[in-house]
Design a protein around this ligand. Structure first.
Ligand SMILES: Cc1cc2nc3c(=O)[nH]c(=O)nc-3n(C[C@H](O)[C@H](O)[C@H](O)COP(=O)(O)O)c2cc1C
Length: 274
């Protein structure tokens, strides 16, 4: 159960916290006009912290988050709309990396940012497995290649549809089309029986990919690795992920060998306006 603690002296009695609560479990108490949980509210609170975050004087603390520990959202630190557009359109999937390793500290920073990705009912169900170092990433790529070969050997339709033959051939020639020579690999995973996991992993990994661009690192989805983790026990075990879990997203990381000079064109949006 979550409990709420309100600083009665600094409360402005504006009711913003009550209005923004997605669960509608806050009410202004009759006597002092300060927020409190409706009966049983603390049991169904999803711990999203919106009441805590919307309060200008920061007078709400929850048993799970103390107002004094919160980062103040200084709006002058936010990029403007042109900067956001440029940033989002300017991100590219990076597939050519230098040998410079990505530090553990940089990955910790990316994972810290990714914790703020939205997740269904704020369950935050995403866990991470990190493969550090080019040699370790390459070794995992080798295992993914063996898995691809095992599917090719039994003529699995999937092997043909994803053209595994070409990928395996390239690998044998020393070309890595699986992890692209990345110096780290980050896997977002969660419990198989949690329906929120696939989308939450996708969004968290997307945050990570964008945060990597912001930090000057290169990133790219590693779709084949994700497939292999979910279909091969050997590959899954190599990542340390339990058999009760599913990999929702895998991201390559590294220092980009090249800088892109322009933004490629994309299809126009297909929209139904009603
Ligand atoms: C689910 C998913 C899986 C992907 N898997 C791979 C992959 O295994 N290898 C790769 O080089 N790129 C992979 N990509 C990257 C896409 O090819 C890339 O996003 C697309 O070509 C557009 O380029 P951009 O990201 O630079 O805009 C994947 C992207 C997504 C969303």
């Amino acid at each position: 159960m979550i409990t709420i603690d309100v600083n009665h002296k600094s409360c402005k009695h504006d009711g913003k916290c009550v209005e923004v609560c997605p669960m509608q479990i806050l009410t202004m108490n009759e006597k002092e006009r300060v927020p409190e949980f409706i009966p049983g509210g603390g049991d169904i609170c999803i711990n999203c912290g919106h009441c805590f975050a919307v309060c200008p004087p920061g007078c709400i603390s929850l048993s799970t988050m103390n107002a004094a520990d919160a980062m103040v959202l200084d709006r002058s630190h936010l990029p403007n709309s042109d900067q956001v557009e440029f940033f989002l359109k300017g991100r590219r999937s990076i597939r050519k990396y230098t040998d410079e390793p990505v530090t553990k500290e940089s990955i910790e920073k990316l994972l810290d940012i990714s914790r703020y990705a939205p997740s269904g009912i704020n369950r935050q169900p995403v866990n991470w497995s990190v493969i550090l170092g080019q040699a370790n990433v390459h070794a995992l790529g080798e295992q993914v290649t063996s898995w691809m070969e095992s599917l090719l050997n039994v003529n699995a339709p999937m092997a043909a549809s994803f053209r595994f033959e070409r990928i395996v051939e390239s690998w044998k020639k020393g070309e890595d089309r699986i992890c692209r020579g990345a110096t780290a690999l980050v896997i977002a995973y969660g419990l198989k029986d949690d329906p929120m996991v696939p989308q939450s992993c996708t969004i968290a990994a997307t945050y990570l990919e964008l945060a990597a661009f912001g930090l000057g690192l290169g990133a790219c989805w590693a779709g084949y690795v994700g497939m292999a983790i979910n279909m091969s026990d050997d590959v899954r075990k190599a990542t340390g992920i339990s058999s009760r879990a599913t990999a929702g997203a895998v991201m390559m990381l590294g220092h980009s060998k090249y800088k892109y000079s322009r933004i490629p064109l994309r299809n126009s949006s297909r929209i139904i306006w009603k």
